[in-house]
Design a protein around this ligand. Sequence first.
Ligand code: FES
Ligand code: FES
Length: 135
Amino acid sequence: MSMDYYREYILDHYRNPRNYGTLEAPDVHMEDNNPLCGDQLAMDLKVENGLVTEVRFQGRGCAISQASASMLSEMIEGQPIEEVVKLGKDEVLEALGIPISPARTKCAFLSLRVLHRGLAVAGYERPDLDEDEEE
Ligand code: FES
Ligand code: FES
């Protein structure tokens, strides 16, 4: 698919974020910011019988950070937690669909980092985490 398609797709997620908001009594909650710009992002998950049944995210930031959070929320909703803990940068980049410049990688992976920190704190360990993936 064309770059234009993906740019439109990113803008659509930015303007109409999926799963935006918070959950009451989430099983997983984490918030963090992008150290480069201070933009903040929070994620809430409900986990039932090993499945992520509900996801919400909330925050402010650039189109890439908000769109990747929105896309990530769609990717993980309804998925087994053991698959969710394995999600990495490749899956996020694939969803975004356009090359991300080095200056924007912290934006693109902000939600992923928040997700994995939240999962770790809630006791869902991520298998074989690469050193360079932990930022
Ligand atoms: Fe510069 Fe995100 S911190 S674009
Ligand atoms: Fe702040 Fe992208 S500029 S998250």
